[in-house]
Design a protein around this ligand. Structure first.
Ligand SMILES: CCCCCCc1ccc(S(N)(=O)=O)cc1
Ligand SMILES: [Zn+2]
Length: 268
């Protein structure tokens, strides 16, 4: 259906897609908003960028819930047990949750794009700077308070590690539903190549849209099956009480102006 249309024109089509939520008119500052298109030829190779070091403890996995925007898997971040360091980061960041953004079909769904290439979905692993702040809620308001790893999903072979998550989704179909979810190691969702990534200063892509995020977008996508993605689309934006049920799809934000920012790459 989307074949024959270049990615950017399909992006035009996307503007006809019902936005997940009404974009606020003015955002505080508003000169480092996310997501963006990553123009590969304009990114600057930075030889000082180190490999990413993600050390996750599956015992810190607590629950999965539907917050009405996406489904989140939340981790106990009261101790330095699941951390991210290295890469562009000066400090050590604690994993607090991961979630996804996806489309109504496999033609679109990611928030970031690479030379305007859209992916059907994007994983965000959200970490906060535990060296400088004591709570996620505090770090969310601070420049460099957060580090989010973005991983593109493409349709291919079934992802065995993802299946445990997919099997839990029917239990959190409606907004505000939550179930216990334990012993899940998010490392299984990372691609084998953790050396090649782009990084830039940006924001949260849902309210409060604060400009607190060091974005780290991995170049290598992970593969998931068509059927696994289809289960994402069986979730609902709406709570069990609402009469009209709305499928949770297209829960991505429109792309934001670069405003002179530099995107650095860890590879040439
Ligand atoms: C004080 C409560 C703030 C909750 C903000 C939660 C949030 C985390 C990550 C992202 S995302 N899509 O930029 O990774 C969006 C929102
Ligand atoms: Zn996100």
């Amino acid at each position: 259906r989307m074949c024959g249309m270049s990615a950017c024109s399909s992006r035009f089509v996307l503007s006809q897609v019902h936005p997940m939520w009404q974009e606020p008119l003015a955002i505080p500052g508003g000169n480092r908003q996310s997501p963006i298109d990553i123009a590969v030829r304009n990114s600057i190779f930075d030889p000082h960028l180190r490999p990413l070091v993600a050390k996750y403890d599956p015992r810190t996995c607590q629950q999965i819930w539907n917050n009405g925007y996406s489904f989140l898997v939340e981790y106990d971040d009261t101790m330095d047990k699941s951390t991210l360091s290295g890469g562009p980061l000066e400090d050590r960041y604690r994993l607090c949750q991961f979630h996804f953004h996806w489309g109504e079909n496999n033609a679109w769904g990611s928030e970031h794009t690479v030379d305007h290439r859209l992916y059907p979905a994007e994983l965000h692993l959200v970490h906060w700077n535990a060296d400088r702040y004591s709570l996620f809620e505090e770090a969310v308001m601070e420049e460099n308070g957060l580090a989010v790893i973005g991983v593109f999903l493409k349709v291919g072979k079934r992802h065995e590690g993802l299946q445990k998550l997919v099997d839990a989704l029917p239990a959190v179909r409606h907004r505000d539903s939550m179930v216990e979810f334990t012993k899940f190691d998010p490392s299984c969702l990372l691609p084998s190549n953790m050396e090649e990534y782009w990084t830039y200063a940006g924001s949260l892509t849902t309210p409060p849209l604060t400009e607190a995020v060091c974005w780290i977008i991995l170049k290598q996508p992970i593969e998931v099956s068509h059927d696994q993605l289809a289960v994402f689309r069986s979730l609902l934006f709406t709570s069990a009480e609402e009469e009209v049920q709305k499928s949770m799809v297209n829960n991505f934000r429109s792309q934001q102006p670069l405003k002179g920012r530099t995107v650095r790459s860890s590879f040439s």
